[in-house]
Design a protein around this ligand. Structure first.
Ligand code: ADP
Ligand code: ZN
Length: 724
């Protein structure tokens, strides 16, 4: 018997090994095997088992495997099929895809759960106990036993005393695997299913009855989560499991609590902040079937749930579902494929679906369930557009906060209600500019302007993380006068404090949340009404549900509208609709102020009206006319080298060759908005075709015919989302 193994070295090929007779019965597809590789021992996944070696050792001798690292397969045959599909579709080495699908922590041999001593009271009466021992035993019985160390601390005793109790048969002491529970110490209140309204019930029936993926298009606050919960409950009743994908940013304790509150211990949580031990334990609880519902970000789409019945992709339009490193998969699309391979239901939910998903629903590839109103008759918020042009005329320069917005905030302060302010930039202000010659301080390694951070008075590069103190004089003209242009969250916060000296203000951006849990802490504070105003970046745009927030302000809607990205309109619509969705989610009605220099822009107008259908119809028409997604498949190829001319030469050569491949529309090689990053020069080629397969085939052809030299990095990103 022979086995084809993918070895963890990113070689993008499978190696054939022989299986010794005594292991023939044990070796299974999907297992992790130990194999000899060169002079080393290596580990690799068994991908195929066959009776014959298909290409008997032409250039190498077939060696036998050394053993089986773990008898339980890490991949089911369906999961292997899925991993292979990702490898094909994204043009990525199979090993990188296998790696993406199993957390590294699970493969580390030392991540196994620690065994600690557990003290358990025995039944029946123990003989000859001293008064002190009797009292101790009673205490241990009362708490139902526990881990040795904490127990000693709690009852002010020693391990020796407990061992003496054990010797008399009063308690049993034995090592036990301690589960590292990411939810430990968090209070989770059990919740019961709510009585669904008419629209929710119709949506649930559509989901349960569908044999296609379902797009659940529900406005913010329409109760999508309750529909997911009840759809999952049905799967559990049928003995099946479920996966819920949420954007990493909205994987807050609040979200987790909603699922844990309904399904208790049957919920496993996977997210990036878990320790290796927690991840190992959660993954194994899923694999053994102890946990039936998995909540996590994009990588949770690979969770080894037994008898998977349903995958929910919440906020399916969210860009965090796209992995921005090899393999560059989109978890939403992987969910749809997994659903097809495993015959399980898939629900894609959003108030602002991606146009890719929307078109699929329009064309009948997906079923559509729509929920067009908020629950319990709560109205959508009233949206006002504020013309910054007029404000600028009235005040000589455009203010960060218009008078309308300030009045509205003051009103909330009076009423004891809360405000969320959204600004799509972090840092004190974006750039440091010489007043004399207008030159902007820029990172020497990356072609981006430095951002000034007032907390430690330094200039930081948001690409490479490099920093420098602000210069004393302009490096170009020697002048000493600088101005800080643009507005970041820190500067907005300061301006706000001037306007409202008594307001309690929280700021949330990448700088204020770099500590572990700081994200959660900030939100808990805001929820507990320990602050009046929350000001932040896109972090606060999604998924938050604060009943006391009745005002939302978008400080500058044009920042995303003017991005050099064909999805700028879509992003702007999503952003405005999502932040607006944070206002007035409970009894009190909400109000939204959107500040813009272009109050007559149809995209901003549609967003203000929450008119998704209108926006989508117009935008689809434009995309169709321009031959852009979702009507075509779009990919970018990026060429990087330390030497700019070398990067350009290869980008150019690939662009010209690919342009000759039938069925592709290929751009010239151009420097992207980010021309240099971390000392690497970058050139980009944009590729479009009717099908992703064609782009992948063309890429394989050129990569084989003209492989790039060692000093050049070439990467293909199919269905690229980040085009800058
Ligand atoms: P969405 O995910 O669509 O933005 P949520 O699921 O967060 O909406 O629901 C918004 C609020 O409405 C939540 O506080 C939720 O508990 C409540 N809710 C949902 N469904 C119902 C219902 N059928 N009856 C009453 N309240 C509901
Ligand atoms: Zn830099």
């Amino acid at each position: 018997m022979y086995v084809k193994v993918a070895i963890d070295l990113a070689l993008d090929r499978l190696f054939t090994y022989e299986v010794p007779v005594e292991l023939c019965k044990e070796v299974k597809v999907g297992q992790l095997l130990r194999v000899p590789f060169g002079h080393r021992d290596a580990r690799g996944f068994a991908l195929e088992v066959r009776a014959e070696a298909c290409a008997p050792g032409a250039d190498y001798k077939i060696k036998p495997i050394l053993g089986i690292a773990d008898p339980a397969p890490f991949f089911s045959p369906e999961m292997l099929k899925l991993v292979r599909w990702i490898s094909e579709y994204t043009c990525s080495p199979i090993e990188s895809c296998l790696k993406a699908a199993v957390p590294a922590a699970v493969l580390k041999p030392n991540a196994r759960p620690k065994e600690l001593l557990f003290v358990e009271p025995c039944d029946g009466d123990a003989q000859q106990l001293t008064a002190y021992q009797k009292e101790l035993l009673e205490n241990i019985r009362r708490v139902g036993g526990g881990w040795m160390q904490p127990l000693c601390r709690e009852f002010s005793t020693t391990p020796a005393t407990l061992r003496a109790l054990a010797a008399k048969g009063a308690v049993a002491i034995a090592p036990r695997a301690q589960r590292r529970d990411p939810l430990a110490g968090r209070s989770v209140l059990p919740s019961r299913p709510l009585a669904l309204n008419e629209m929710q019930r119709a949506a649930l029936e559509r989901i349960v009855g569908a044999d296609h993926p379902v797009l659940l298009h529900g406005v913010t606050g329409s109760g999508k989560t309750e529909v997911y919960l009840q759809a999952i409950a049905r799967e559990l009743e049928g003995g099946r499991g479920a996966i819920v994908l949420v954007p990493e940013i909205s994987l807050t304790p609040q979200t987790v609590r909603r699922f844990a509150g309904r399904f208790g211990d049957r919920v496993a949580v996977l997210h990036s902040a878990l320790s290796d031990g927690e991840r190992y334990d959660e993954w194994h609880r899923i694999r053994t079937g102890e946990a039936r519902v998995v909540v996590g970000p994009r990588s949770a789409v690979f969770a080894p749930v037994k008898d998977l019945g349903l995958i929910v992709v919440d906020e399916e339009h969210d860009t965090s579902y796209k992995q921005e490193e090899t393999p560059r998969y989109n978890a939403r699309d992987v969910a749809v494929m997994r659903g097809a391979f495993e015959g399980c239901r898939v629900v894609l939910g959003s108030a602002t679906p991606s146009l890719e998903t929307w078109l699929n629903a329009q064309q009948g590839k997906y079923a559509l369930a729509a929920m067009s109103a908020r629950v319990a008759g709560h109205p959508m918020p009233e949206v006002h557009l504020v013309n910054l042009e007029e404000e600028a005329e009235a005040y000589a320069s455009a203010p960060i906060f218009s008078k309308f917005l300030l009045d509205a905030i003051a009103e909330r302060m009076r009423r004891g209600e809360q405000t969320i302010l959204f600004l799509n930039r972090r840092g004190y202000s974006r750039v440091l500019e010489c007043k004399e010659c207008g030159c902007v301080m820029t990172c020497p390694n990356c072609s981006v302007a430095y951002t000034y951070h007032s907390a430690d008075s330094c200039l930081r590069c948001h690409v490479c993380g490099g920093w420098t103190p602000p210069p004393i004089s302009c490096p170009d003209c020697g002048a000493h006068d600088f101005s800080y242009t643009g507005v970041g969250t820190q500067r907005a916060e300061q301006a706000l404090r001037k306007c409202f000296p008594h307001a309690r203000i929280l700021r949330m951006d990448a700088d204020s949340t770099s500590r572990k849990n700081s994200h959660d802490d900030l939100l808990s504070k805001f929820r507990a009404r320990e602050a009046d105003i929350l000001i932040g970046t896109q972090m606060i745009a999604k998924g938050l549900d604060f009943p006391n927030v009745t005002l939302v302000g978008v400080l500058n809607a044009d920042a995303s509208r003017n991005m050099p990205d064909f999805r700028a309109a879509e992003r702007t619509f999503q952003l405005i609709a999502q932040v607006s969705g944070r206002a007035g989610r409970a009894e009190k009605p909400g109000e939204v102020f959107i500040q813009t220099f272009h109050p007559d822009d149809p995209v901003i107008l549609a967003a203000a009206d929450a008119a998704f259908d209108r926006f989508a119809a117009a935008e689809l028409q434009d995309r169709k006319a321009a031959g852009l997604p979702p009507y075509t498949k779009f990919a970018t190829a990026l060429f990087r080298a330390r030497d700019g001319t070398v990067a350009l030469r290869w980008a150019d050569l690939y662009a010209k060759s690919l342009a000759r491949y039938p069925g592709l529309a290929v751009s010239e090689a151009v420097p992207p908005a980010l021309e240099r990053a971390e000392g690497w020069f970058r050139y980009q080629v944009q590729i479009r075709a009717a099908a992703a397969k064609r782009i992948a085939a063309a890429w394989r052809w050129i990569a084989q015919a003209r492989p790039v030299p060692k000093d050049v990095r070439a990467t293909l990103d199919i269905d690229a989302i980040n085009v800058l």
